[in-house]
Write a protein that binds this ligand. Structure first.
Ligand SMILES: [Zn+2]
Length: 313
């Protein structure tokens, strides 16, 4: 539906809270501000409210607020259920509180869903009606656009794609359950695998360093380090297993990858493609399937929140 007024978009990130004001039909904000989140310190909501107060247009005219937040959350009520990223937000009425303070409708969804929505409306997924978005970084998250609709689910918990089981006997995931995609393909999972292999006596240029990062491992792999190569091969292979399942479930015309781990290129994507091809049960899924990198970068959260407010009004 068309909207006439301004929209305030908010992105609750791990390091920064960002807010921006958008005018109709323009993805360049008329103003934009950010402050540090300090997610482990009290007062995250107060900092967020002050940020929105600061950016609120003096002449008003705001129709709604869209918010991208870490989940799990309930997009139907705007409550944050419990998020490891912000300990004080447990069963927290983020949407209702903002709505009461600013007297406009507030729409909330998790950052991965909104990155998917933003990429579909403004980024790499434009023109597609069926989009699968995956972000692979410190965690693995996802979102799905099916028939031009963001899939949210009955409880608003649909498409937690990092937490699908790719091996029931696999390593523990950050959520506590075993064998999820995130436990194989996230940055911390890649590091953990390398440290375990080093401990078991694998030869490598990599050292058992607590500060080891996925980037170090990628650099070693590019220089021919067998353990580094194996770590990304494993991550890519399980990513392929998961994406084959997602194709079977959602049959998208484009798969969009975001997140730092996906920036390593062939190290991850060669084994990914080989694995995907092997696991898709009918070649038809791969016909004309586009696999592309996300286009919105750091603005994915804000533009996703903008898109959510636009489609929800
Ligand atoms: Zn999990």
């Amino acid at each position: 539906m068309a909207f006439m007024g301004k929209i305030v978009a908010v992105d609750v990130g791990g390091t920064h809270l960002r807010a921006a004001v958008y005018e109709p039909d323009n993805t360049k904000p008329i103003s934009h501000q950010r402050v540090e989140t300090h997610s482990n310190e009290p007062g995250v909501y107060e900092r967020l409210q002050a940020l929105v107060e600061n950016i609120w247009p003096k002449n008003g005219g705001v129709d709604s607020i869209g918010v991208a937040s870490p989940g799990p959350l309930d997009p139907h009520t705007g409550y944050i259920l419990k998020t490891p990223n912000i300990p004080e937000w447990e069963n927290f009425p983020l949407g209702p509180d903002l709505s009461e303070r600013f007297k406009v409708p507030v729409f909330v969804d998790n950052d991965a869903n909104l990155a998917a929505l933003g990429e579909w409306k403004f980024g790499a997924g434009r023109g597609h009606h069926h989009v699968l978005y995956l972000t692979v970084s410190t965690g693995v998250g996802g979102g799905v656009i099916a028939d031009d609709h963001l899939l949210q689910g009955y409880h608003g918990l649909a498409t937690e794609l990092g937490h699908v089981i790719v091996d029931p006997d696999g390593p523990p995931c950050s959520c506590g359950f075993a064998g999820h995609l995130e436990a194989f393909s996230s940055g911390p999972a890649i590091v953990k695998y390398v440290l375990e292999q080093l401990e078991a006596g694998a030869t490598s240029d990599l050292k058992r360093d607590p500060d080891l990062t996925p980037r170090h491992i990628a650099d070693a792999a590019v220089h021919g380090d067998a353990l580094g190569i194996a770590a990304y091969r494993r991550a890519g292979e399980y990513l392929g297993i998961a994406v084959a399942t997602f194709l079977h479930a959602f049959d998208p015309s484009i798969v969009i990858f975001g997140g730092g781990v996906t920036k390593v290129g062939p190290l991850l994507f060669d084994p990914f493609h080989a694995s995907l091809k092997k696991r898709v049960f009918h070649p038809r899924y791969l016909e004309n399937l586009k696999i592309e990198m996300a286009a919105l970068g750091d603005d994915a959260g804000l533009l996703g929140a903008l898109a959510l407010a636009q489609i929800s009004l």
